[in-house]
Design a protein around this ligand. Structure first.
Ligand SMILES: [Zn+2]
Length: 288
């Protein structure tokens, strides 16, 4: 009976006036699937705001329990081209990132995985982007408990849809002149400005100190890739990662556990999805 249920759940045919849409979920995460389609989930603010643009895409809801935490996820993919570019959105309070992810999925194919958490950043005090570790014990300051189930769930989905030639991708929003700014740098994060310092925060929204590309590496060197991104007018922050300063964020996990530095996070100020979408187009032209 359980297998029958999973088989039905794996492939759901949804007929709309645009024709048949075939939606499926990766077999490795099928046991976490709660529901496919949007019906019954219009109470979720991100869905209500974007129900029209989501209606032509594949949508599936998952619940993952680990320790005392219950995680809810929404997987969105393009039915015409589900594999390719794939984005992760850990913070449910970052609403512009959600509409930017829909934009990217409709335009370029692929899809995204978003945490559903009542429009909040923290889940019972746990930041979803400080919860990446395969270890069976807690290893980071910002991590409340071990998180191998959460981590494997997220990467089973990402690695299923992301094609090998594409980078790991994330979308975030941040506060106006908050903690994330191209004007701030430290021994762990180096800023590469695309504009003269006096032009930062000028009329062109790409110069805003809060709109930037986050990359991650084991060294703080200026690479040719960073050079070509700043040449196109995008400010870049480079996080220098090693196992001593691991903060259990997704970027740190990718560098340390996967040995991969092909990671980009597009950060834009809250409510500036216009610029965030522009940044997606510019970045993808350089790296994809
Ligand atoms: Zn965020």
């Amino acid at each position: 009976m359980r297998n029958l249920y999973i088989n039905i759940a794996l492939t759901t045919l949804i007929f709309s006036n645009l024709g048949a849409k075939v939606c499926s979920v990766p077999p490795r995460v099928a046991k976490y699937l709660v529901k496919s389609g949007l019906d019954g989930n219009l109470n979720i603010a991100d869905i209500r705001r974007n129900s029209y643009s989501l209606s032509t895409l594949c949508t599936s809801f998952f619940t993952v329990n680990e320790g005392s935490l219950k995680w809810r996820f929404l997987l969105v993919t393009n039915p015409k081209k589900a594999k390719g570019l794939f984005w992760f959105l850990p913070h449910d309070n970052e609403n512009s990132a959600f509409s930017s992810a829909i934009y990217a999925t409709r335009k370029y194919g692929g899809g995204f995985l978003a945490i559903v958490n009542n429009d909040k950043r923290y889940n019972m005090g746990q930041d979803p982007n400080r919860n990446f570790s395969n270890s069976t014990s807690r290893i980071c300051k910002g991590q409340k408990a071990a998180s191998p189930i959460y981590t494997n769930f997220v990467f089973n989905i990402i690695d299923y849809y992301k094609t090998p030639n594409t980078p790991y991708l994330a979308l975030h929003n941040n506060r106006n002149r908050g903690g994330v700014s191209i004007l701030k740098s430290s021994s762990k994060v180096r800023s590469f400005l695309a504009y003269k310092k006096e032009s930062i925060n000028s009329e062109n929204r790409l110069t805003d100190e809060d709109n930037l590309i986050y990359m991650a590496s084991t060294t703080s060197n200026l690479t040719s890739k960073i050079g070509s991104i700043i040449k196109q007018g995008l400010n870049v922050k480079l996080e220098v990662v090693n196992s001593n300063n691991n903060d259990c964020s997704m970027s740190n996990y990718i560098v340390i556990e996967k040995g991969d530095t092909n990671y980009y996070n597009i950060e834009a100020e809250h409510r500036d999805s216009v610029t965030q979408k522009r940044m997606i187009d510019i970045l993808l032209k350089v790296i994809y």
